[in-house]
Design a protein around this ligand. Structure first.
Ligand code: GSH
Length: 216
């Protein structure tokens, strides 16, 4: 018997919480959602501050019969844990089975988390999930957008990055949608890719959550 609880931001705008949420849905794992109000600083105070290592969202709590409760933060670590713990044949995979493709998917995930800061800052996920951001991109953000587009054009050659959908597709589509959904120029090929990825049921389940303003 497994009991899984995912802590997300109250506003449902965290791209990192989204990644874990989509992973849990793709694996058809039953789970509870607990919402943490980041605007109120609830993550900086007990009990949430001390639940996991970082006090950030997402955090996953996994209780299983005969095991001590397991608490994990950092979205890519959580996705990896779920992928290893809940694999085939009972659960779908969210990362490629092929070793090199899996490494490339993780490469995309790591890059999206560590680069493109001006895009994340000037095109927060409010512009993706709540309302369009009208402020023009700064010179720095335009340069970051050009880098994103150049690299994405090398990566994208069809509906999915690899032989089948993987969680890196959702993460890349989200990064592209920070530009696309705010009307920033993006080549049609990448718009088509992001639009296709956005139709995925697990992604739409996150997109359609009722939400209030918050940035991530
Ligand atoms: N690298 C982390 C990033 C998590 C993160 O930045 N979470 C934000 C919300 S999007 C957060 O909890 N912010 C509140 C804080 O850092 O105090 C991950 O992938 O999970």
């Amino acid at each position: 018997m497994h009991d899984l609880t995912l802590y997300v931001d109250q506003a449902w705008t965290s791209p990192y919480a989204m990644s874990v949420y989509v992973t849990l849905l793709e694996k058809k794992l039953p789970f509870q959602v607990e919402k943490i109000d980041l605007d109120r600083g609830d993550n900086l105070m007990p009990p949430y501050r001390d639940l996991g290592l970082t006090g950030r969202v997402p955090t996953l709590v996994h209780r299983a019969d005969g095991e001590s409760p397991f608490v994990l933060a950092e979205s890519s670590a959580i996705v990896d844990y779920l992928e290893e713990r809940f694999g085939a044949p009972d659960h779908a995979h969210v990362l490629p089975r092929d070793l090199r493709q899996r490494a490339q998917a993780r490469q995309v995930q790591a890059w999206l988390r560590s680069d493109l800061l001006p895009i994340r800052s000037e095109r927060s996920t409010i512009g993706v999930f709540v309302e369009r951001i009208e402020t023009p991109l700064s010179v720095h953000a335009q340069a970051a957008a050009q880098r994103l587009i150049r690299i994405a054009e090398r990566l994208v050659d069809g509906p999915d990055l690899f032989d089948a959908w993987c969680i890196a597709d959702t993460e890349l589509a989200l990064m592209l949608n920070r530009l696309i959904l705010n009307g920033d120029p993006v080549p049609q090929k990448l718009k088509d890719y992001a639009a296709g990825q956005w139709q995925r049921a697990s992604v739409q389940a996150w997109v359609r959550q009722p939400r209030t303003l918050s940035a991530a």
